[in-house]
Design a protein around this ligand. Structure first.
Ligand SMILES: NC(=O)c1ccc[n+]([C@@H]2O[C@H](COP(=O)([O-])OP(=O)(O)OC[C@H]3O[C@@H](n4cnc5c(N)ncnc54)[C@H](OP(=O)(O)O)[C@@H]3O)[C@@H](O)[C@H]2O)c1
Length: 336
């Protein structure tokens, strides 16, 4: 693995930015995420009786495409893990991760959480300054890239591999909704832009990380979709956005099955409503905030750490036997 580079130009629209190591800020979200993961590990250990495999066993299972009866027997007869063992399931110290959409919102929080658990993280989006700041905070690498430029993203993953080492985790969090027209009026240009950024770019990035993950004998890809890929959301027209997010779940299941023999897992996390640049105006209007409260069973607003928690679980060995799934994190919105 080479050391992260300084201002290393790549191809069209991409730039590996300065990632001079800086102090990790004692920011509340990062600290609380780490605490949450540790807490979850300890809870898992307490709750387990005899059947939960050690993280070593989980790793063996993940690197053995077709376990023998022996392996299965070892897995089911393992002693209950200590909390230390459970904590190792969340440990990412030997992993390189790529997080797209990391210049703000959910992606930025996910990048911090992965870094807290030890991963070396490449953060990807268009806003260079934000990425550079975050990369300094987490001792990672910033890659400025417009993911809508599908021809131009071909060098992204090799640039990460040069800077940090072969990626074993890919989080496709970049996404957007273009326009607010009802379905019957949505312009073709907006439909195309939505599909390209939200669905095609994640597929292309998955294709790019595949050779590295296959060589490593393991990998975890997590796509970020939306509950609107599962249910219609009254009052917020978003036909192509919903289609692109539903497409991610189909893509997830297909890639999971095709790549399972290489122990590459592919999953999707579907958020409900979270305050971010995409949704600020909804939260800021009294009517919007009331609409969200009324439709969310859990009695609080979501925080970005709620998504980060699901994603770090899927990224590491704690979820070593989970693939092809769409995990909904919505405070119960779709359970009604
Ligand atoms: N917030 C919610 O309630 C909610 C609900 C369901 C699903 N989601 C999904 O969650 C993901 C994260 O959204 P968020 O809520 O965190 O919103 P956000 O704060 O607006 O983040 C979106 C991220 O995507 C990046 N991005 C947008 N267009 C890009 C492009 N062409 N190339 C590269 N990066 C691009 C943005 O960075 P730059 O502008 O710097 O490029 C930003 O980092 C999205 O996929 C969204 O669809 C969010």
């Amino acid at each position: 693995m080479s050391a992260p580079n300084t201002h290393q130009p790549t191809t069209r629209g991409q730039h590996v930015a300065d990632n001079t190591p800086g102090p990790r800020p004692a920011s509340a979200p990062a600290a609380s995420m780490s605490d949450a993961a540790t807490h979850a590990s300890a809870t898992a250990a307490r709750a387990s009786a005899t059947a939960i495999p050690t993280s070593d066993a989980a790793l063996r299972a993940s690197t053995t495409p077709h376990p023998t009866g022996d392996t299965a027997a070892r897995t089911t007869t393992s002693a209950a893990p200590t909390s230390d063992t459970a904590a190792r399931m969340f440990d990412l110290h030997d992993r390189v991760a790529i997080v797209t959409g990391a210049s703000s919102g959910l992606g930025a929080e996910v990048a911090r959480a992965l870094s807290d658990l030890g991963a070396r993280v490449a953060v990807v989006a268009r806003r260079h300054d934000r990425l550079t700041d975050l990369a300094k905070q987490i001792d990672g690498t910033a890659i400025t890239c417009d993911l809508s430029d599908l021809e131009g993203i071909g060098q992204l993953v090799p640039a990460v591999a040069d800077a940090l080492g072969p990626p074993e985790i890919l989080i496709n969090a970049a996404g957007n909704r273009f326009g607010t027209e009802r379905a019957e009026d949505e312009p073709l240009t907006d439909v195309r832009r939505t599909m390209e950024l939200n669905l095609i770019a994640p597929l292309l990035l998955a294709q790019q990380v595949f050779p590295y993950m296959r060589a490593a004998g393991r990998g975890s890809i997590v796509n970020v979709s939306s509950i609107s890929g599962r249910v219609g959301v009254p009052g917020i027209p978003q036909a192509s956005y919903a289609a692109s997010k539903a497409g991610l779940s189909g893509l997830t299941a297909e890639l999971a099955v095709q790549w399972a023999r290489h122990s590459i897992r592919v999953n999707t996390v579907a958020p409900g409503f979270f305050r971010s640049e995409i949704t600020d105006s909804l939260y800021d209007s009294e009517r919007g905030a009331e609409y969200l409260r009324r439709n969310t069973p859990l009695p609080r607003q979501a925080v970005a750490g709620d998504i980060a928690g699901a994603i770090v679980w899927l990224a590491g060995d704690a979820a070593a036997y989970v693939t092809g799934q769409t995990i909904v994190v919505d405070g119960g919105w779709t359970a009604r």
